[in-house]
Design a protein around this ligand. Structure first.
Ligand SMILES: Cc1ncc(C[n+]2csc(CCOP(=O)(O)OP(=O)(O)O)c2C)c(N)n1
Length: 568
């Protein structure tokens, strides 16, 4: 029997977090949450609080922290505007299945529903974008609610949860005791793998001449990269990844055939429609991946393995829908299978990827003249960091270029906003990644537009002396939208041109070392200088203003209609 201690709700919350092995919180104080911050004052040796500059930043940072550490992120905000500022970050974590425990403060329970100062109904607001949420109006409910919150966030398909705690519940005292939760009635996060389905998958593989493995984020979440690699090494099946599945396989592996989707590689998109078997592992057939779904993979039988039943047969009808943890599935199928993919099929990927190399990649990486290009900068960073860095991106062309050109090697080394495509994600996510992995090199690639959405987090970078390397690709455009205007709106650049501040001067005003590179001959030295600098560093690179990201599957087109350049 555990000993009980009499504490306030605020203290109980912190003790509960400590019992869940939390040591880092991202947040921002305010009136309704003051009791919790007051108690935190005494616990700074156990709880490291990172004070951001905007609550959206705390949410993105907590998410990135979760991604690089494998532990749920924790995020605090006060009631009203503090809480609503979290909404983009909560939604982002939800769409990308990242476990984050959001704690918002609420007005005293006696004022609920009165439009009290800084009262917002966070339960209703966050309902569609959290895995679970709960309002706490009395202190004694806190330990169990925290235990549930962590269990929901981490188990099954992970995701964000939110606890909204009234101010009086933070102040009331009660006898605290804590019990971690290991199961909840009628919530079954871990499906039981049907072994017959493993046999059916083996049978389908044995009849396939043109199989294609689609590896998604679910592999990383399930910590199943080793099992995946065993499967790939044994079967030699061509393996393509989704954007969030990047880093599930070393891109130098001979079976890696590229990224799927709108700005993915040529071969895996083209050959999706020739494949006779698709094995979709921990991915959800997002529309960016499938293109026109009515013309997606017409020749393939589809095996879809996912831990979330709701994903099965949601977008693409599976011939074999396997509701399972991908790690369990791979552990069962690896020893049982004896299939090896033929080399002619793999050669087809090679042939098409060579075309992409010649027509798209080589001109991007080795331009003979003209302005600097994002690809050559990313490639230089990749060489210097030996493909070992944690790469964080913002959203837009910078994101697609980083995904395409860094060449990922180790698991969980791309932190990017996949499902929601949140501009402004980059800088705060870099903060969270660096806090989570202080000894790793963290590189942020961002655009001039997205950077300006959350640039205030430079203050956080400095306050905690986080040695992040920030690279702003400045094209003086909202590049990705301009690309669409160029391709589909007759170059009518409506509201996509943007003058930018002097970024290095801005960085320096925060006390961050910074340079601006405009010419190719300055690039190598400056990048080397950036990586030999111990603290944070901001590098602005002026790039070709009207460069477009290719290959591209145009909206509404089928995956095999992917084009290598706009005249194709
Ligand atoms: C919060 C938010 N607002 C708007 C968009 C739409 N959007 C997608 S990419 C993009 C342009 C990004 O421009 P920039 O940050 O300069 O990056 P670039 O594409 O030039 O690399 C916009 C406006 C978005 N994804 N997120």
């Amino acid at each position: 029997m555990e000993e009980k201690t009499r504490v306030s709700g605020a203290e109980a919350l912190l003790l509960s977090l400590i019992r869940e092995k939390v040591d880092t919180i991202f947040g921002y104080p305010g009136g309704a949450i003051m009791p919790m911050y007051d108690k935190m004052y005494d616990k700074h040796d156990l709880l490291n609080h990172i004070l951001v500059r905007h609550e959206q930043g705390a949410a993105h940072a907590a998410q990135a922290y979760a991604q690089v550490t494998g532990k749920p992120g924790v995020c605090f905000a006060t009631s009203g505007p503090g809480a609503t500022n979290l909404m983009t970050g909560i939604t982002n974590a939800n769409l990308d299945s990242i476990p984050v425990v959001f704690i918002t403060a609420q007005v005293p329970s006696g004022l609920l529903g009165t439009d009290a100062f800084q009262e917002t109904d966070m339960i209703s607001l966050s309902m569609p974008v959290t895995k679970w949420n709960y309002q706490i109006t009395s202190a004694e409910k806190i330990p169990e609610a925290v235990a549930k919150a962590f269990y929901f966030a981490k188990s099954g398909r992970p995701g964000p949860v939110l606890l909204d705690i009234t101010k009086d519940a933070q102040i009331q005292e009660f006898d605290f005791h804590y019990k971690r939760i290991k199961s909840i009635r009628s919530y079954n996060p871990k499906p039981t793998l049907d072994k017959n389905q493993v046999q059916q998958a083996l049978d389908m593989m044995s009849q396939s001449k043109k199989p294609l493995l689609l590896a998604g984020h679910g592999i990383l979440i399930a910590n199943a990269r080793d099992e995946l690699m065993e499967f790939v090494d044994k079967t030699k099946i061509p393996t393509a990844v989704t954007l969030l599945g990047k880093s599930v396989i070393d891109e130098e592996h001979p079976c890696f055939v590229g990224m799927l989707g709108m700005h993915g590689n040529y071969a895996p998109n083209k050959l999706t429609n020739e494949a006779d078997l698709i094995i979709a592992a921990g991915m959800r057939f997002d529309d960016r991946v499938t293109g026109d779904i009515s013309r997606y993979a017409p020749n393939a039988k589809i095996i879809h393995v996912d831990i979330d039943k709701a994903e099965l047969n949601k977008n693409v009808k599976a011939d074999l829908a396997i509701h399972a943890d991908i790690k369990d599935f791979l552990q069962q199928i690896v020893p049982a299978q004896y299939y090896t993919c033929n080399s002619e099929w793999r050669q087809e990927f090679k042939r098409l990827n060579e075309m992409e190399k010649e027509k798209v990649i080589a001109p991007e990486l080795y331009p003979e003249n003209g302005h600097l290009r994002a690809g050559e900068v990313i490639s230089k960073v990749s060489q210097l960091t030996k493909r070992e860095a944690i790469v964080v991106t913002d959203v837009g062309q910078n994101q697609m270029m980083a995904a395409r050109y860094y060449g990922f090697k180790n698991p969980n080394t791309l932190i990017t906003s996949g499902g929601l495509g949140t501009m402004g994600f980059g800088l705060p996510a870099a903060v969270g990644a660096q806090v989570g992995k202080p000894d790793k090199t963290v590189v942020l690639f961002t655009g001039d537009g997205g950077f300006q959405m959350t640039a205030q987090e430079l203050g956080t970078v400095v306050q905690y002396q986080l040695p992040v390397k920030i690279i702003i690709f400045n094209n003086n455009f909202l590049g990705m939208v301009r690309q669409w205007q160029n391709l589909f709106n007759d170059k009518r650049y409506a509201q996509t041109t943007m003058p930018t501040p002097d970024f290095p001067m801005m960085a320096k005003s925060f006390g961050i070392e910074s340079k601006w590179v405009r010419e190719r001959d300055q690039l190598d030295n400056t990048i080397e200088e950036m990586f030999s600098h111990e603290g944070p560093y901001l590098l602005e690179v002026s790039i070709e203003k009207e460069a477009n990201v290719f290959p591209m599957i145009y909206p509404g087109k089928a995956v095999d209609e992917i084009v290598l350049h706009e005249d194709q």
